[in-house]
Design a protein around this ligand. Structure first.
Ligand SMILES: C[S@@+](CC[C@H](N)C(=O)[O-])C[C@H]1O[C@@H](n2cnc3c(N)ncnc32)[C@H](O)[C@@H]1O
Length: 213
């Protein structure tokens, strides 16, 4: 059944939503994807994190697989992607990224990854502007922009190995102060490692380190 079909032969009053918005079902690489990939590649190439030949990385919400592919190609880190969107999983697999369809950290065992990175949906979106399709899951961070960011910070410590690091792309629209405060409450120290100005926002890459490590 499509969004424009009620199943009883009667069309709904709204046309099919993806057709209405004329968008892809998978988020395509943009300035946020590039900033995250370049920042983490530079961190790894500068030796900020010690990685052995068994080191593994996880790209949460891998989308097209762009970030995971760049990390693996440019640093040699063995990457895995995860996404809730089956179309995204197909695209990421097509560029050679091993990918799992799932909800964030749910498919993974504890203490598995040396590097976890994520370009989450981070735009604050009022409920009346939600549109209920895969692009909403890629873009909307709910009313405060942190609907996916907060669960990421809640769960990332479980899958990080000792001395592991997490990197999150956020915007000044997401409330960086609130994000960092939430992280402290979860035992994660944070450092802003990249900033890029755009007309209505600044994009930030924040590095998180579990306090006890
Ligand atoms: C802004 S897009 C980023 C895509 C890609 N990483 C990039 O940088 O181009 C966010 C991605 O997160 C995925 N996503 C949203 N919530 C998720 C969740 N709970 N678990 C896994 N993936 C999720 C979306 O389907 C989407 O592909």
């Amino acid at each position: 059944m499509t969004d424009g079909d009620t199943g009883d032969g009667e069309p709904k009053s709204q046309p099919e939503l993806t057709a209405q918005r004329d968008v892809e079902t998978v988020y395509q690489p943009a300035e946020d994807s590039r900033l995250l990939a370049e920042t983490v590649v530079e961190e790894l190439q500068s030796g900020a994190i010690e990685l052995d030949s068994h080191a593994r990385g996880l790209d949460v919400g891998t989308g097209s697989g762009y970030v995971a592919d760049r990390l693996e190609t440019e640093t040699g880190l063995r990457m895995v992607g995860v996404d809730i969107n089956p179309d995204a999983c197909r695209q990421a697999a097509d560029v050679g990224v091993p990918v799992v369809r799932g909800d964030m950290f749910e498919p993974f065992r504890p203490d598995t990854f040396d590097v976890v990175l994520c370009n989450p949906p981070y735009l604050p979106t009022p409920p009346e502007q939600e549109w209920d399709d895969w692009m909403e899951r890629a873009l909307s961070g709910g009313e405060d922009g942190r609907a996916v960011v907060d669960p990421f910070l809640d769960g990332v410590g479980r899958v990080l190995r000792e001395r592991g690091r997490a990197y999150l792309l956020i915007s000044t629209l997401t409330g960086p102060g609130e994000v960092r405060e939430f992280a402290i409450e979860r035992g994660l120290e944070s450092t802003i490692v990249a900033e890029e100005s755009h007309p209505f926002e600044k994009l930030l890459v924040v590095r998180f380190t579990p306090e006890s490590r």
